[in-house]
Write a protein that binds this ligand. Structure first.
Ligand code: PEP
Ligand code: MG
Length: 579
């Protein structure tokens, strides 16, 4: 039977780029969990503990392999797996199931794993629901060891292919011969799933959340993947293939040329320089950011220190992590955001409680101000990491001036404590705030008098302006930060800040959005902070515009009436068309 040509599927863009090739369908072998009663409960506990040690040893190997092959974030996932296998609460719970109820090790173990995974999934937060896949992954590793079942792997992959799976876990992909992978597509997952992280680290396109239908594709089906548009075309006809191939070629040539000059500054045609820095979420990413041409760190998300564990990190542990990043950055500016969890991102040791509207709830600076002793641990660690570096600190989710003042008071108290303990502190530490709540935009002139800088968080600012939760795909159409309602707020913030002589950065996804970059130049943004892999292209865009042209563009788009109209206008106006 003749196949339909150009069958198109839409998913969520997870990593940009275009690839063309046959699909490799990766279906994991389902392992059935046996459940029965055991007499020798001591022997069963020992069997479980042996399996846990074997799993830990395997994960240590996978960690080293990940570190040398793909680095940073991928390796960090195995670190989280190792931590999970050492979790005393989990292990005690499983021991109790074996000893108390006489359950076999496999059933007790998988019961506890499922329990944990379901709790994480219920958190309605992309990051944490993605972590439930990690927990199941590590759970299945131990199960396979207990059952003596070989690990399913991707060794059958022998020709360059696009990997299709329901969902991909770090254990699935670590044994992959990366030179044979052209891209990833998955039925499940969101933009922060493991597939997205891995694809970005490897510089390969990925589309996730394509739905179950995609799993009906047969092995070797010819496929086109556009990671930027989140589009898949199966059985493309010759014309479509040629169109993708031409785009692919163009993008590859462009990326190579841009990476060659990624370490040069971003200077417009008429000689204005813009600062381009990186958003990172762990110390491992700092060197990658430098490789990509980052001139500093514009946003260090410190949540990595607090999640995937059972107790809060102490001052020394935090200090070591901050020192590591500062050392890599060698005096370049490093903007560290204080803890931004709470509500939607539950930490077991913080007792945050359940909330009906977690994004509007007790999170970030609100939670930190209510727990000053807990908050000051982070502030002291940061102050101690400051000597010899350009450390800047910013507070997330600020809504009122009172919050800024209270945060600053705690910062001063922490400074006194560090000094009293005899530790040196840098003379100059800038203190700023994230602008992500509309109340701050409205009163931007007042806030500008009380801080050293603003960093605009357009991800949250858009969510709160549009009243559209950022993790809900049903309202995703409302969440385009190119909307004039957001652009006008950025303009207002910049004007208020510049009157007071303070600088403004932007660290939401908008900073690395090719359509937004010229608008932001025109509006007068001082610092662009983005995912490291977006830096070379953003710098290239800036170099193709003059400030005057960008200002004309910004004046035009600010009066338009929708995000779509703004994007259309930029694309038509642009002296530089992103491919
Ligand atoms: C933002 O809200 O734009 C931001 C950068 O912070 P996060 O995405 O971590 O909430
Ligand atoms: Mg935010």
């Amino acid at each position: 039977m003749a196949k339909n040509t150009n069958v198109t599927y839409k998913g969520i863009p997870a990593s940009p780029g275009i690839s063309i090739g046959p699909v490799f369908v990766y279906i994991k072998q389902e392992v059935i969990v046996p459940s029965h009663q055991v007499m020798d409960t001591d022997g069963e506990v020992k069997r479980l503990d042996n399996a846990l040690s074997t799993a830990r040893a395997q994960i240590t190997d996978l960690f080293s392999k990940a570190e040398t092959e793909v680095g940073g974030e991928e390796a960090a996932i195995f670190e989280a797996h190792a931590l999970f296998l050492q979790d005393p609460t989990l292990i005690t719970a499983v021991h109790e199931l074996i000893e108390g109820q006489g359950l076999n090790a496999e059933a007790a173990w998988m019961g506890a794993i499922e329990d944990n995974a379901v709790k994480l999934e219920a958190l309605e937060d992309e990051y944490f629901s993605a972590r439930s896949a990690d927990i199941r992954d590590v759970g299945h590793r131990v199960l396979r060891i207990l059952l003596g079942v070989a690990e399913s792997d991707l060794t059958a992959l022998t020709v360059p292919s696009i990997i299709l799976a329901r969902n991909l876990t770090p254990s699935d992909t670590i044994r992959l011969d990366k030179s044979l992978v052209l891209g990833f597509i998955t039925a499940e997952g969101g933009p922060t799933s493991h597939t997205a992280i891995l694809a970005k680290a490897l510089g390969l396109p990925a589309v996730v959340g394509l739905g179950k239908e995609i799993l009906t594709l047969e092995n070797e089906t010819p496929l086109l993947v556009d990671g930027e548009r989140g589009e898949i075309v199966a059985h493309p006809d010759e014309a479509t293939r040629q169109e993708f191939e031409a785009r692919h070629q163009k993008a590859a040539v462009r990326a190579e040329a841009e990476s060659k000059v990624a370490h040069e500054p971003a200077i417009t045609q008429d000689g204005h320089t813009f600062e381009i820095v990186a958003n990172i979420g762990s110390p491992q990413e700092a060197s990658f950011a430098l490789e990509q041409g980052a001139e500093g760190i514009g946003l260090l998300r410190t949540e990595f220190l607090y999640i995937d564990r059972n107790t809060a990190p102490d001052e020394e542990e935090q200090l070591a992590a901050y020192d590591e990043i500062m050392d890599v950055m060698e005096g370049r500016p490093v903007v560290v955001r204080t803890l931004d969890v709470g509500g939607d991102k539950e930490l077991p040791y913080l007792n945050l409680g359940h909330e009906a509207n977690p994004f509007l709830g007790w999170r970030a600076i609100r939670m930190c101000l209510d727990q000053p002793d807990f908050f000051k641990i982070q502030l002291r660690a940061l102050l101690r990491a400051s000597p010899g570096h350009d450390l800047r600190i910013m507070f997330p989710m600020i809504a009122t001036l009172d919050e800024v003042r209270r945060a600053r008071t705690l910062f001063e108290e922490a400074r006194d404590e560090v000094e009293a303990a005899g530790h040196p502190i840098a003379d100059q530490i800038q203190v700023g705030i994230m602008v992500e709540v509309p109340s701050v935009v409205v009163l931007a002139d007042l806030f500008a008098r009380e801080v050293d800088f603003f960093s605009i968080g357009t991800n949250d600012l858009t969510q709160y302006t549009m009243a559209a939760e950022r993790t809900n795909e049903k309202v995703a159409h409302l969440s385009d930060a190119c909307h004039p309602a957001i652009l006008r707020q950025i303009k207002r913030i910049l004007e208020a800040a510049h009157v007071e002589g303070i600088w403004v950065g932007l660290c939401g996804e908008l900073a690395g959005d090719p359509d937004a970059v010229p608008i932001l130049i025109g509006l007068g943004l001082d610092e662009f902070s983005m995912a490291p892999s977006s830096i070379p292209h953003a710098k290239a865009i800036i170099r193709n515009w003059s400030l005057v042209q960008a200002q004309q563009l910004a004046a035009l788009v600010i009066d338009l009436d929708s995000a779509a109209a703004v994007r259309e206008c930029v694309r038509g106006y642009s002296p530089y068309k992103p491919t």
